[in-house]
Design a protein around this ligand. Structure first.
Ligand code: RB5
Length: 156
């Protein structure tokens, strides 16, 4: 595993564009994570929502799934109040492996074992610093392959 800087993401990630979306409950955390990505030199494809008005999280999960399918981004971040609804909606798409993470360990294992391509976070349940740590670990941890390949393939 690469040595991670305490703040910011690895420079080796600079060529990648990360898609990000949330509902109204996830908007403040989405904005914080978007700034973190931009500060690190990553491309960000922000799919909304952009206002505090109440919206439906499946619409934003579907938008992100479409962007991944079109190859406009390889990985994405989804945020709603708990992270539950938006990850459930995203995982209805066979090409999406969205992992709802609450700490660095779940983010690391979601990459190492499940080759997660979407990080889902619950803005009402997780602190901003923990969410940023999840993001850093998610983006900087490689899939282990090996014994996990057959299992991951069965999901898509
Ligand atoms: C919105 O109030 C809330 O239900 C939503 O953000 C999410 O937590 C659903 O899973």
């Amino acid at each position: 595993m690469p040595v991670l800087p305490p703040k910011g993401l690895c420079l080796e990630m600079t060529a990648e564009t990360i898609a990000i979306a949330s509902d109204h409950a996830g908007l403040p955390l989405k904005q914080a994570l978007k700034s973190e990505l931009e500060r690190s030199g990553l491309g960000v494809l922000d799919l909304g929502t952009d206002a505090a008005d109440s919206v439906d999280y499946p619409d934003f999960a579907d938008k992100l799934a479409a962007v991944l399918k079109a190859g406009k981004a390889k990985r994405g971040v989804l945020v709603c109040g708990t992270g539950i609804g938006i990850s459930m909606a995203a995982n209805r798409h066979r090409h999406v492996r969205a992992a709802l993470c609450h700490d660095a360990t779940s983010a690391r294992l979601a990459r190492q074992h499940n080759d997660a391509n979407v990080l889902a976070l619950g803005a009402r349940l997780i602190g901003e610093e923990t969410a940023k740590e999840c993001l850093r670990v998610f983006l900087n941890t490689a899939y282990e392959g090996g014994r996990h390949v057959r299992r991951v393939a069965k999901m898509s």
